[in-house]
Design a binder for this molecule. Structure first.
Ligand code: 13P
Ligand code: 13P
Ligand code: MG
Ligand code: MG
Length: 366
């Protein structure tokens, strides 16, 4: 049976500031999703949050980029925005960049990750959702999961994974895509995905079968809006077990946090902390960036779950490490490498300050 899993998210308004989602906003989303399930548009759904981002996890049989599903998500976000406006939440409707739905929610502000799959006898899925970061944040963990044998020993000792995985990489600035076969092309792959502000892993495929293994949202909010409205706060869906990495291999990349862009005003680097849904409420300097992981088994499209995968003592060291990394960065204040390089900044006063001081700049003599 072919099932489509669609994860569509948007920042509908923050409660308080950019730290959390309001329960009334989420219950409006729940109400809209329940109606769509009753009307048999959806097989199943799960509504959750990561910080100030509302997350719609939906299963159906209508395929990827389906107008009905995208319009349902759009209408849900519009209805949620009405609630957010009534509550005067911060930045109500922040990620909804246009007034009217135009057939495909991509390019309208929300983040989208979708995969159509033939459901396996046991279909294990992990859905990652992040707040205060950008779409390239999945590059490192996806590389670890699907190309690094020190993370995923299955690449070495499981016969059904030994041929490796292929990575589809998007150049989010030039609007191009390229594919790499791993392990042979890992050095070439890393040339690009190591530059995660420009290149983002869109999808990963199991080479022997061609099956999709992972898909992420690569929408760049600032490039769609032409101005800073908020961070991408991306999502990523990963299939696990069988000829894919085991759940533990899929979660392991987050055991040692790395720095990602997107903290405070979208203009700072900070550690990506793996947390439970309850702890996905960034308050320190509007952060640090967070990631949650919800696990499901699919049963004919029904979402059996979630299990809150980072709600586990074995991630406590990662959280402690991330908090120390956060302190180190905060000590830099407005200096790089805490602050993003000038051309990556979401906010800058540079043009105004340069303009004000233009008569005071003098050419150097040598
Ligand atoms: P299965 O053979 O049950 O898929 O599991 C292997 C494994 O997951 C060990 O971590
Ligand atoms: P969000 O993208 O989560 O709304 O955060 C915006 C921000 O700039 C926080 O400082
Ligand atoms: Mg926000
Ligand atoms: Mg957010």
């Amino acid at each position: 049976m072919k099932i489509t899993l669609s994860v569509i998210k948007a920042d509908i308004g923050g409660w308080v500031g950019h730290s959390d989602s309001h329960p009334e906003v989420l219950s409006k989303a729940e109400e809209m999703m329940a109606r769509a399930k009753q009307n048999e548009i959806l097989i199943d759904y799960y509504v959750t949050k990561c910080g100030d981002d509302a997350q719609l996890i939906m299963t159906h049989t209508m395929g990827e980029e389906n107008r009905v599903i995208h319009e349902l998500a759009w209408d849900t976000f519009i209805a949620c925005t009405d609630v957010a406006k009534k509550l005067r939440l911060h930045g109500a409707g922040q990620d909804l960049l246009t007034d009217a739905f135009s057939g495909n929610i991509k390019g309208m502000g929300p983040g989208v990750a979708e995969m159509e799959i033939e459901e396996r006898a046991a279909e294990t899925i992990i859905i990652y959702m992040a707040d205060k970061t950008s779409s390239g944040a999945w590059n490192f963990p996806l590389y670890k999961m699907f190309a690094d044998p020190f993370n995923t020993v299955g690449l070495v000792i499981a016969g059904n994974m030994h041929t490796g995985f292929a990575f589809e990489v998007h150049d989010v600035k030039e609007h191009k895509k390229v594919a790499f076969n791993c392990p042979e092309e890992i050095y070439d792959l890393l040339v690009f995905i190591g530059a995660s502000s420009r290149f983002a892993v869109k999808a990963v495929y199991h080479r022997d079968s061609g099956d999709i293994a992972a898909v992420s949202s690569t929408q760049k909010l600032c490039m769609m809006a032409g101005r800073y409205v908020g961070k991408d706060d991306p999502v990523c869906v990963v299939r696990a077990q069988g000829h894919f990495p085991a759940v533990g291999e899929v979660l392991e990349p987050f055991a040692h946090p790395i720095y990602v862009e997107g903290w405070m005003r979208g203009s700072h680097y900070g550690p990506l902390i793996p947390v439970s849904v309850a702890e996905s409420t960034p308050t320190r300097f509007d952060g640090p960036p967070r990631v949650i992981a919800l696990g499901f088994q699919l049963a004919n499209g029904k979402l059996i779950g979630p299990r809150d995968m980072f709600d586990d003592i074995s991630f406590e060291n990662a959280r402690a490490e991330a908090n120390m990394m956060a302190d180190t960065m905060r000590n830099h204040g407005p200096f790089e490498p805490h602050r993003l390089p000038l051309d990556e900044m979401e906010y800058t006063t540079m043009p105004q300050v340069l303009n004000k001081l233009q008569n005071r700049f003098q050419a150097l003599e040598d």
